[in-house]
Design a protein around this ligand. Structure first.
Ligand SMILES: Cc1ncc(COP(=O)(O)O)c(C=O)c1O
Length: 392
């Protein structure tokens, strides 16, 4: 990877013109009418990281579009990344590839929870968590986050009570979507002790982990203690951080003999559902994409500051907790006292597409989620349209 093209200096990664973005045929750019600024779908407005573009270009030049090969290089690349970034040493035998995080979660859940069982989730949370449980005939035991205005802490007592009443699995979002909170090591350690005491399993969805902002510390669940290793599975992917979700590739990690046996029971057949381009791109991302990633993280942090200023200037009643990872802002619109759902008003009157808070569970009713993985111009325009919408 040493001869991969480097990222040009002084490039703001979100400086992609809107006319170019509108040519994209991905979900984000095709789900709304042309006059809507689309900020709900979790894709970033970046061009590919140079090492990923080079790996995919080579594959295209060679018409190398077959099935995915042995994932050894990907597993080695993620091991190196996890060790450099988080001091997490992972044995190659403890990892499996899967199509995406959704498939990884569903396939592990299928093996550890029987239909009808309750699985703990912590709303407001990524809406597809509800969909995945429904697909498997599982019910959601909702333990809402606490102190949502500060980003939302997991409610350890609530989770302990849910385990005590029979739930055996927690689907954790670490860092949390939609609030961008990076759960603290101390909290996760305590969570692991609670899970161990109740014989429960924690599925830690760590897809946003690589996008942790500077100054926050992401703790991979499996690194924290004997109890976390004994109770946990981790799901991760390069798809959010390097914006390659359409290429289909993720990893499941488990570090005990018992959990590895569960991984071994994942159908071999599933390996054929992984994208060959996903493996090539994720390998390049983890092995040679850190310089680009750091540049994106710096731009995201400056977008948070910009968004905060714009909101304070144009729509002061909207409250935003501080996202410390990723590119999603969870906006509390309750002080606006609107007579309809906030996302509906911003879409119909302002032509700004935002994710609807209620889809994230009951605590999300008066919220919208805004994707700030975009240019300053788009952010500025979105907030000014939202502000105008409120004056109509
Ligand atoms: C917390 C979380 N998990 C999973 C996903 C989906 O991941 P994948 O496309 O790998 O299934 C997302 C996408 O936004 C997410 O935010």
């Amino acid at each position: 990877m040493a001869d991969q093209p480097a990222l040009p200096r002084n490039v703001f990664p979100f400086d992609v013109p809107l006319t170019e973005l509108r040519r994209r045929r991905s979900a984000k750019w095709t789900s709304f009418a042309e006059d809507v600024l689309p900020l709900p779908v979790a894709e970033m407005d970046v061009r590919l990281a140079p090492p990923i573009a080079a790996a995919l270009q080579t594959a295209l030049d060679d018409s190398d579009t077959g099935y995915p090969a042995d994932p050894g290089a990907l597993i080695a690349a993620f091991s190196g990344f996890a060790q450099r970034r988080w001091n997490w040493r992972i044995d190659a035998d403890d990892m499996r590839v899967c199509t995406d995080v959704a498939v990884g979660v569903i396939e592990v859940l299928r093996r550890i929870a029987a239909p009808g069982e309750a699985v703990v989730i912590t709303p407001p949370v990524y809406p597809r968590f509800y969909a995945w449980l429904k697909e498997l005939g599982l019910t959601a035991a909702e333990v809402p986050l606490r102190e949502l205005e500060l980003g939302g802490r997991i409610d350890l007592e609530g989770i302990a009570a849910a385990f005590a009443s029979g739930a055996r699995v927690l689907l954790l979002c670490n860092p949390h979507n939609p609030t961008g909170r990076v759960h603290e090591a101390r909290e996760l350690r305590e969570l692991a002790e609670i899970a161990a005491r109740h014989g429960a399993i924690v599925l830690s969805d760590e897809i946003h982990g690589p996008l942790t902002h500077q100054g926050a510390t992401f703790s991979p669940y499996l690194t924290l203690s004997e109890e976390s290793r004994g109770t946990g599975f981790a799901l991760t992917s390069a798809s959010k951080a390097w914006n390659i979700p359409g290429l289909k590739c993720a990893l499941v990690v488990a570090e005990t003999a018992h959990h590895e046996r569960i991984l071994r029971r994942l159908p071999h057949e599933r390996a054929w559902g992984v994208g060959h381009f996903g493996v090539l791109a994720s390998t390049a991302a983890f092995a040679a994409g850190e310089e680009w990633l750091d540049c994106v993280i710096a731009a995201l942090e400056s977008n948070v500051a910009f968004l905060r200023e714009e909101l304070a200037r144009r729509i002061p009643p909207i409250h935003m907790a501080d996202p410390r990872a990723g590119y999603l802002a969870w906006l509390d619109c309750s002080s606006l006292n609107l007579d309809a759902e906030p996302a509906h008003i911003f879409l119909t009157r302002g032509r700004v597409g935002l994710a609807r808070g209620r889809h994230f569970g009951p605590p999300g009713l008066n919220y919208v989620r805004l994707n700030f993985g975009c240019s300053r111009e788009v952010l500025h325009e979105a907030i000014s349209r939202m502000s105008q919408a409120l004056k109509q």
